[in-house]
Design a protein around this ligand. Structure first.
Ligand SMILES: NC(=O)c1ccc[n+]([C@@H]2O[C@H](COP(=O)([O-])OP(=O)(O)OC[C@H]3O[C@@H](n4cnc5c(N)ncnc54)[C@H](O)[C@@H]3O)[C@@H](O)[C@H]2O)c1
Length: 294
């Protein structure tokens, strides 16, 4: 397939390009050029400088393309985030439809759920069960979470209207390989957002860059996959040495009644759906962790 990677100059694009380059013809698009020191596989790929909020740039980028790995976005809450992420995604899908693109793997985020770290109100998140799966209703509040959630709905609309197949990959904190070697869990008191009762900096999740990229490859290549789906892409264990039930008791005691089935260091998110439907699993995990408690 000829595959467009948006956000091609970004951090994750390196790994997605590496995962796809052996079997596909790739083209990168980004509003900024590749980093000058870029030494990875992207150095030799065609590169289009263009902004997703520019319809013409999206039309140029999608011409002759079979599939898209859509990574281009502002990856955090900020004044431009909602406008850029939602309009950019809409433009890309319109252009994809115009050129008959068949498949999109969309870099959504665990933040689409609305659990944090940018959550605005102190209103408790309406959790239904643990581990969290794709049936859990979202409650996004901030402009990043909302932009990703809206983009999932945009993707569903283009599937419903035009049959473009999309998998919304709810990526969590993507850890580069070097971070695994140097990782030391932070003291527990640093995990909570200061002055913001009840919310955490993260729900102790991570995924290795190579595993995140593999989700894009499987999404775009798999023939017998659903035409529209949302998936969590998360390592199965937390990034903490403490048993997860202890963490919940300390930080989220209101969730303890839902946590009876959580074992050992099990993470809060289920990846059963993506394992079953795309054959994905996290292959790069942190070694058994010690220390970190305070
Ligand atoms: N890194 C993570 O931990 C993480 C977690 C969840 C989801 N994601 C999502 O994965 C994707 C890739 O993340 P990343 O870590 O590589 O981020 P990144 O910031 O390194 O890469 C994003 C790229 O998108 C480009 N971009 C932004 N706005 C654009 C526009 N209007 N037109 C064209 N290009 C534009 C940026 O220039 C950048 O190169 C993003 O969509 C992000 O929201 C990342």
């Amino acid at each position: 397939m000829r595959i467009l990677i948006t956000g091609g100059a970004g951090k994750l694009a390196q790994y997605v390009a590496q995962a796809l380059c052996a079997r596909h013809s790739l083209v990168l698009m980004d509003k900024k050029p590749l980093p000058e020191e870029c030494e990875d596989v992207r150095r030799d790929l065609p590169f289009l400088l263009g902004d997703l909020t520019d319809k013409e740039a999206c039309l140029r980028a999608t011409e002759g393309v079979d599939a898209i790995a859509h990574l281009g976005a502002i990856p955090g809450a900020g004044p431009e985030t909602f406008a850029v992420n939602t309009v950019g995604t809409w433009n890309l899908y319109e252009a994809a439809q115009h050129h008959g693109v068949k498949r999109v793997a969309f870099a959504s985020s665990i933040n689409a759920l609305g659990l944090g770290p940018y959550r605005i109100s102190e209103k408790g998140f309406p959790l239904q069960r643990l581990p969290i799966d794709e049936e859990q209703p979202a409650d996004p509040q901030d402009n990043y979470a909302l932009s990703k959630y809206v983009n999932e709905i945009t993707a569903r609309a283009f599937h419903s209207a035009y049959g473009i197949r999309t998998h919304c990959l709810r990526l969590c904190a993507i850890w580069r390989p070097s971070w695994f070697k140097d990782y030391h869990p932070r003291p527990l008191e640093q995990l909570k957002r200061p002055h913001h009762e009840g919310y955490l900096v993260s729900t102790w999740h991570y995924v290795h860059s190579v595993d995140a990229a593999e989700a894009f490859r499987l999404s775009l290549e798999k023939e017998d996959a659903p035409d529209f789906a949302v998936y969590y892409v998360v390592a199965p264990l937390t990034n903490r040495p403490e048993p997860t039930q202890e963490l919940i008791a300390r930080f989220l005691p209101q969730w303890l009644p839902l946590a009876q089935g959580i074992q050992g260091n099990q993470g809060l998110y289920s990846t059963a759906k993506i394992e079953r439907e795309l054959g994905w699993r996290a292959n790069h995990l942190l070694p058994k962790l010690t220390g970190g408690a305070s």
